[in-house]
Design a protein around this ligand. Structure first.
Ligand code: AOF
Ligand code: ZN
Length: 369
């Protein structure tokens, strides 16, 4: 096997390690690291749950003396700053690593290029850009927040065989089966926040949490676009707001000069007492809302419904990925049409693959990062 084939193989392993803690390292990226000596992996690391320690010191600790002269494969440029932990570049130097192979350079202004420069200054051979496309995908949420000041947005749609996402006047309609639903639970567990419009929140009364055994602690922050604060106090979202955070996005309060305004303020106070956080922002302006979420450290967002909300994010050009689930159910009359179809994807989306979950089909589309 040539050196570059080896590099690709070991970087693939580093990416696999990084993905293990996706969505659990808030607000840090989940980075993977593999230390290789004579073609054998002698140390493995992934950014710890909660964000620290970083990947490299863990992989180095496992490798111990075997790190001397070894090659370290890391998905993100090792950090060079004295943050909450000492710089990973210094740890790689101290352990005597001979070569460092990097997939993606770090856009964090405290690091950006300095990690690589520090390693080179210490006489270490450094290569970067190895499996860069795959590396960037594994760090998509972090990279999007750092470079675009907004979370990476995934639109999840469950569409019937006749192209509908629901039925007018009815709440949740089961479109996909248990295997697809389990996959969506996994998606939620890997995501910082999940968003729905008030129409869906009222019609479906969803929980939007992760219920898969073993993953229950990994529910995303729940966000509702709710211009007039009409989320019912007895909804499942509000009554569980102290267990899993809920953010309600509403416009600026009105001018306090009539009874309607007073009613708005009373609803706001009641939601506040129930533990719901109110973010003052126009819910029809994703360009204002997304940076507000990013400033709270939210790097990834799943938009789950309904049609109006999906269209709002699509039309504004803020959807990075579409997960299009299609089940065999036929909805027919009074169906609510999906805002996109597999034959009519907005421009810029590339088809990444088709996966089957029982009778349901998932088509994944993604825009370039
Ligand atoms: C690495 N390896 O595994 C990760 C890195 O708040 P701190 O001190 O933990 O620093 C956060 C920054 O560290 C983050 O913005 C990114 O630049 C880097 N994350 N770096 O060398 C890792 N998770
Ligand atoms: Zn580090």
């Amino acid at each position: 096997m040539s050196a570059s084939e080896d590099d690709a193989r070991f970087m693939q392993e580093a990416i696999r390690l990084g993905l293990l803690h996706l969505g659990q390292t808030f607000t840090n990226p989940s980075v993977g690291c593999a230390i290789v000596l004579d073609g054998q992996i002698v140390g493995r690391g992934v950014t710890a749950v909660g964000g620290r320690p970083h990947a490299e010191p863990q992989a180095l600790a496992e490798a111990g003396k075997l790190a001397r002269g070894a090659t370290a494969y890391v998905t993100l440029e090792p950090c060079s700053h004295y943050g909450k932990t000492p710089p990973c570049a210094e740890a790689l130097i101290a352990y005597g690593v001979g070569r460092v192979v990097i997939s993606v350079t770090d856009p964090d202004p405290r690091v950006s290029g300095r990690g690589i420069a520090r390693l080179r200054d210490a006489g270490i051979e450094v290569e970067s850009g190895i499996l860069e496309v795959e590396g960037k995908r594994s760090l998509a949420a972090y990279l999007t927040r750092q470079t675009k000041n907004r979370p990476y947005v995934t639109l999840k749609l469950a569409v019937s065989a006749d192209g509908m996402i629901g039925k007018k006047g009815e709440g949740q309609i089961a479109i996909t089966g248990p295997a697809a639903r389990a996959e969506v639970q996994k998606l939620r567990a890997e995501t910082d926040a999940i968003l729905v419009g008030i129409g869906t929140a009222i019609a479906d009364d969803p929980l939007l949490t992760v219920r898969t055994p073993g993953l229950e602690t990994r529910s995303p922050i729940r966000v509702v676009l709710d211009e007039n604060l009409s989320l019912p106090l007895d909804s499942r979202l509000v009554t569980t707001a102290r267990e899993v955070p809920v953010i309600v996005v509403a416009t600026e309060p009105p001018r306090f000069d009539n009874s309607e305004d007073e009613a708005f303020l009373a609803r706001r106070a009641a939601l506040d007492r129930a533990g719901v956080e109110i973010v003052q922002c126009n819910p029809n302006r994703p360009d204002e809302l997304l940076p507000a979420l990013a400033s709270r450290g939210i790097s990834s967002l799943v938009v789950e419904g309904g049609a109006r909300t999906a269209k709002l994010f699509l039309d504004a050009g803020y959807v990075d990925r579409i997960l299009f689930y299609q089940g065999p159910v036929v909805i027919g009359q009074d169906g609510i049409e999906s805002p996109v179809t597999t034959t009519d994807m907005p421009s810029g989306f590339l088809h990444k693959g088709t996966f089957m979950f029982g009778d349901d089909r998932l088509d994944e589309y993604e825009r370039e990062l």
